[in-house]
Design a protein around this ligand. Sequence first.
Ligand code: ZN
Length: 379
Amino acid sequence: MSYTVLARKYRPKKLSELFGQENLVQTLKNAIEINRVHHAFIFTGTRGVGKTTTARILALSLNCTGKDGSGKETVDPCLECDSCKDILSFRHPDVIEIDAASNTGVDSARDIIESSKYPPMVGRYKIYIIDEVHMLSKSAFNALLKTLEEPHSFIKFIFATTEFNKIPITISSRCQKFFLQNLTQDELFANLQSITSRENISCGEEVLRQIAKMARGSARDSLSILDQAISLSQDGKIDIKIIEDMTKCGNLSFGEEILSHIFDANLQEALNTSENAIQSGIGISGILSDMIEIIAKMMHSICTKTDEKEVAKLLEKLKSSDNFSVQILDRMYQVILNSSHFAQNINEKSVLDTLIIRLSYIQKIPSIDDLVSSLIKEN
Ligand SMILES: [Zn+2]
């Protein structure tokens, strides 16, 4: 039998199985129970926190017919009726999933609008799940707007995005918005513990705590790392050595490790870490948002003169380098942010490697302040 990756095998299928998103779960439950479900939603949050999972759960809840076919919208879909089965296997004719990253143009928006005129074929609702919706072009958004303004009662739109600020206000103001939270290390740990026990995987608390830390708030990333650790283990036993070998630097996340090598001016080690990071199954957007978060914390710590324990070691390294300034961190921040816009469309490894090389050079470029003062001196 082929191996199903853990993130897919244990993907929540009901609102009650979603964890770490209490407000969202309660609001959707209430709406379904009193049958007042909004016609358009935006789920936003970082990668792997459950945006498309929640969208599919909503589709199950809205179209489930119950085992005997007489059911109504429900917070507890049966997962056994034809509708549930078809949604779970991605072949329900009325639950249409579109990846806006590869369908950005106005033509795909027109297709949606055209097909949304017709009632659902078999389901109660026709549900459009549009992932990475911020990637749609301006004209595609404009084309969608009309449908959002005057929707048929049988249409539901569910938009998922990591970049809420790129969605036109005309669109977002017509949607019910949910900001999905990053999961805490304790929540990720509890989830990993429950899954390893169901999978009969033997590993200690230390291992799971470390994976929870490395995943930086993403359930999907935590399970990808666990999958990778399982593939490296023998006899289903994962010891901390396996996890340490995966990150080389032991208790650092990949983002921390890459930055640490860059501050040490060790380009080769930074590139090696990039290789390990991509192989671990953490998507590049996870690694980049990790790096962005770390640099933001470092800048905050320097500018407010407060202690940020999490970045103290990196700050020490940076301060001991010849060319230290907040401007360097600021430039690094901008460069990483720019890379994150390309991350989804180009080879992940080449984006990350090129970024690392650019970051290494930034450290060597003198700051504007230094340039100005050297010019003043020369004159
Ligand atoms: Zn069902």
